[in-house]
Design a protein around this ligand. Sequence first.
Ligand code: NAD
Length: 245
Amino acid sequence: MNTDQPVALVTGSTSGIGEAIARRFAADGALVVVHSRTSRDTGLRLARELNGIYVQADLADEHESEQLVERALDQCGRLDVLVNNAGISWPIPHADLAAATTSDWRRLLEVNLIAPWVLCTAAQPALRASTQPGGGSIVNITSHAGVRPKGSSIPYAASKAALNHVTKLLAAALAPEIRVNAVAPGLVDTPMTQDWTEAHALWNEKAPMRRPAQPSDVADLVASLCASTYLTGEVIMLDGGLNLR
Ligand code: NAD
């Protein structure tokens, strides 16, 4: 194993945005840790294709989240980048308060907010030791729903708003050794959103860029944030300009 090669752990990287980020890091020369909760065969195949490694873990389980970082470090020996991409979302009408049950709240907060926290905590010592220009880098994939009062459900939007705030708090707490930034996408064309007909129509008609983002658009921005060695504490909206309307 090349000991100078940067190592990037991308959670939820067997599909959608995470897969595009994993492919982008590998193309840029990083050793990528591919991760998923269930799609083990896809993860192993992608890791082989990218000359990386694969680790399976359910991030709703705190112990498995910690083990994910431990196994990445055992196999790669270092960690330079952590991308908290894995997330869950399903539509719940905002005005139907009873439909957003406390169980929905707990599941969404567990995966979208608490898991990134556990992973940041477990990865902190290794990221702090990174010898990359600009030091270790954490990028959280949040959502425009965490910036504006929108999104598939109120608990989802709240989980992403909280992660945006945690991004800034951690950026202040972990500097200068570790930089922490977030990408807050609008609609991205992924398996999660393929049935979201109204959202697709909205972006095609109203967004200044007249289309939803592709996963590669998010991956390009994540790579730029990691390469931008002075940038920390930023939440970058990536919605094709829809927020301007
Ligand atoms: P996706 O469903 O393709 O990917 C989500 C990934 O998270 C999957 O790989 C899944 O296995 C993983 N995951 C879910 N629960 C997990 C768990 N308990 N343990 C481990 N892994 C788990 O969706 P995507 O659209 O690529 O979403 C990626 C991220 O981008 C999410 O955080 C999502 O909230 C965010 N996002 C997506 C959009 C969009 O329009 N697609 C917009 C804004 C934000």
